[in-house]
Ligand binder design. Structure first.
Ligand code: HEM
Length: 365
């Protein structure tokens, strides 16, 4: 919907519409994007995705979905868990397939999730107890309880996410100033060559420091995230009356704001030949810093992705592990311009998946 509105009104800075009785604003202009995400964030610190304010299903009581003071305090408490020091300690080779499978389940779009989500949006009171992530909840609650018991409710020294959360809990009740009361095509050859060098130098061992050296791989990942970001749009909700100075339009509290990053990142006025996969765009000497408020795969400002560094490192480690031993090519059924699954929630999935052809390759040393 956000992308559709973006392309439909190319001359406008903002576009308003109703989504299940909710007034919604798509912001097309990078300067206004900057105001909402950073400069005037104090008017837009909520996402407002959980429609019912009191009855919230357990899987949606987390930092991404939290609003107001709960968000602020959680964010404050969790930020230290994502520093680069913690990331270096995190084992990139750690296996935990149960969690990985559950992770995939959370983001897999299904008709059931879509219908429940719609019903909750249209009739919040009537469907307040319906759960969009009921199946994941049934799997994850016993799993986490079991792990907590095994660790005797104390951090185990493994430095994984459960340890990090146990450390947060040990710090006790969170207190702080209230925010609510403030005023105001094929694997490019160059990637393979870089990987071969990397292998020779680091003896096939992945580490935080080694991955940081792979500049071209990082550019290739960033270019992928430009063409198909995980979140098609960012969400904020206006919490106090705000007038956009450039156009003198006043936004009332409750209006939901969508920042259409899938569209912005594929607009030729910001990225020449956007349909071309060209990682060089992200080399420091080529990247246009004016695009800072247009290229937003991890969001921006105080509510940007808390796991950006971890997500980047994990993705690069995963890509490096695959590309070290395989070359990846489009297969006979690969679609050149994949379509977004219309059942997708916040995270966009590709309709029918993306079949790829993996060929084992010789490593040049
Ligand atoms: C490639 C991997 C990832 C991508 C592309 C990604 C992308 C995003 C985006 C676009 C947002 C919304 C930002 C905004 O609204 O401005 C977000 C928020 C968030 N992400 Fe990530 N993310 C990734 C990995 C991770 C990881 C590894 C974690 C945690 C382990 C994480 C935890 C979160 C949380 C908790 C939020 C909500 C933050 C808040 O509202 O304060 N993400 N992510």
């Amino acid at each position: 919907m956000a992308a559709e509105m973006y392309w439909k009104y190319p001359k406008e800075k903002i576009v308003g519409f109703y989504r299940a009785f909710r007034p919604t604003l798509v912001v097309r202009d990078p300067e206004i994007v900057k105001r909402i995400l950073t400069t005037d964030f104090i008017h837009f610190y909520s996402r407002g995705i959980n429609v019912h304010k009191k009855i919230i299903e357990p899987m949606l009581r987390n930092l991404f979905f939290a609003d107001g003071d709960v968000w602020r305090l959680l964010r404050q408490r969790m930020t230290p868990a994502f520093t680069s020091g913690k990331l270096k300690a995190d084992s990139l080779n750690d296996e935990n397939s149960a969690f990985r499978q559950l992770g995939a389940k959370v983001f897999t779009p299904t008709a059931k999730k879509l219908v429940i989500g719609m019903l909750k949006l249209i009739f919040p009171e009537l469907f307040k107890y319906a759960k969009t992530q009921g199946e994941v909840e049934a799997d994850i609650v016993p799993l986490v309880k079991e792990i907590l018991k095994q660790r005797n409710y104390q951090p185990s020294g493994r430095n994984d996410i459960i340890d990090l959360l146990l450390e947060c809990k040990a710090k006790g009740t969170i207190v702080g100033e209230s925010i609510q009361h403030f005023k105001p095509d094929e694997t490019p050859e160059i990637v393979k060559l870089e990987l071969d060098d990397f292998l020779a130098k680091h003896g096939n061992k992945m580490s935080y420091d080694a991955i940081k050296e792979m500049t071209y791989l990082e550019c290739a990942f960033k270019e992928g995230m430009r063409m198909f970001p995980s979140l098609g749009f960012l969400i904020r909700q206006c919490v106090s009356k705000y007038t956009i100075p450039e156009i003198e339009v006043t936004i009332d509290p409750g209006v939901q704001i969508l920042i259409p990053i899938q569209a912005l990142q594929n607009d030729p006025q910001y990225f020449a030949n956007p349909e071309q996969f060209r990682p060089e765009r992200f080399l420091p000497e080529e990247f246009d810093s004016h695009n800072k408020y247009v290229y937003l795969p991890f969001g921006l400002g105080p509510r940007a992705c808390i796991g950006e560094q971890l997500g980047l490192m994990q993705s690069l480690a995963g890509l490096a592990a695959v590309l070290c031993c395989c070359s990846v090519e489009p297969g006979p059924t690969t679609i050149r311009n994949p379509k977004i699954d219309p059942r997708s929630g916040i995270v966009q999935s590709i309709k029918g998946g993306l079949p790829l052809l993996f060929r084992k390759r010789e490593i040049k040393n």
